[in-house]
Design a protein around this ligand. Structure first.
Ligand code: ADP
Ligand code: MG
Length: 264
């Protein structure tokens, strides 16, 4: 398994932002995390992405427990294994598109403008490379972010509401990029409210007030492969009503509609 979450919780005072979640994600899976606003999706992503640590339980990436790593090793995991895409773009405003991509190269290895331009070309932005973020549409800015996330060829893409600020046309462009990446074997974990975006993933899990309340496979072949490799359903030790505690997944009939009702 690429990612293993073993009974992880994130607790703020009396609030369990994520409550005792266990989940495994194999190499190459495309997983969606759905749930209404405040259900703990971003908190969960931050723990997977080495940006936050669980209050309890442990996170393993490629078999290495993150809690056993020192700060340097953690930073290495971040930059070598993970590509991040956010709803808010976090582009540096006074740098051009290509320079924003080169910043990511700088932190990883060496800057290479040709490579950065090729990454922008891949997301269909070759003619926007020398524009500032303020001169780009929301969809274009998000594509710069994806080029930035891809530049170091991460094994795992973590995307938090990547299409949250996009119109339908740009949402489709982003989804097509994810499809390509998935085909090439990249593991993708995407947080989303969007019915269409969630349904593109092979599997969806749903959180409610930090608690896992459902899991649904959209791709039967992927499911069969996962189970044949010994993969278990996601589960929680939470005793909240509706919690998915057992060895069997609680499906959710119309997850995307339910996911949407929260709104954000
Ligand atoms: P989502 O991404 O699903 O909207 P979040 O993970 O952002 O949800 O938040 C889950 C819950 O945890 C919310 O109730 C939020 O207010 C709370 N929360 C998130 N971060 C903090 C923090 N740093 N301190 C206290 N509470 C937090
Ligand atoms: Mg969030």
């Amino acid at each position: 398994m690429l990612l293993e979450l073993d009974h992880i919780s994130k607790i703020y005072g009396s609030l369990h932002a994520v409550d005792d979640l266990s989940l495994t994600v194999p190499d190459g899976e495309w997983l969606a995390i759905v749930g209404s606003s405040g259900s703990g999706k971003t908190t969960l992503m931050n723990m997977i992405g080495c940006m936050d640590t669980p209050s309890k339980g442990s996170v393993s990436l490629e078999g290495r427990k993150l809690e056993d790593l020192n700060a340097t090793q953690l930073a290495d995991v971040r930059k070598n294994l993970i590509g991040l895409v956010f709803q808010k773009f976090y582009l540096v405003p006074h740098l051009t598109a290509v320079e924003n991509v080169m910043v990511a190269q700088y932190y990883h290895s060496v800057v290479d403008e040709k490579e950065a331009l090729a990454a922008l070309d891949r997301v269909g932005l070759n003619d926007r490379a020398h524009h500032l973020p303020s001169q780009l549409s929301g969809g274009e800015q998000q594509r710069v972010c994806i080029a930035r996330a891809l530049i170091n060829c991460p094994k795992l893409i973590l995307a938090d509401e990547p299409t949250g600020n996009l119109d339908e046309k740009n949402e489709k462009i982003v989804l097509d990029l994810f499809r390509q990446l998935h085909k090439q074997g990249t593991t993708i974990i995407v947080v989303t409210h969007d019915a269409l975006v969630a349904s593109c993933a092979e599997r969806e899990i749903m959180l409610n007030h930090g608690v896992l309340v459902g899991e649904k496979w959209n791709d039967d072949d992927a499911r069969a492969k996962y189970e044949a490799a010994g993969g278990k359903p996601a589960s929680t030790g939470s005793t909240a009503e509706g919690a998915q505690t057992g060895e069997t997944a609680i499906g959710f009939a119309d997850p995307t509609k339910a996911a949407k009702t929260g709104g954000e």
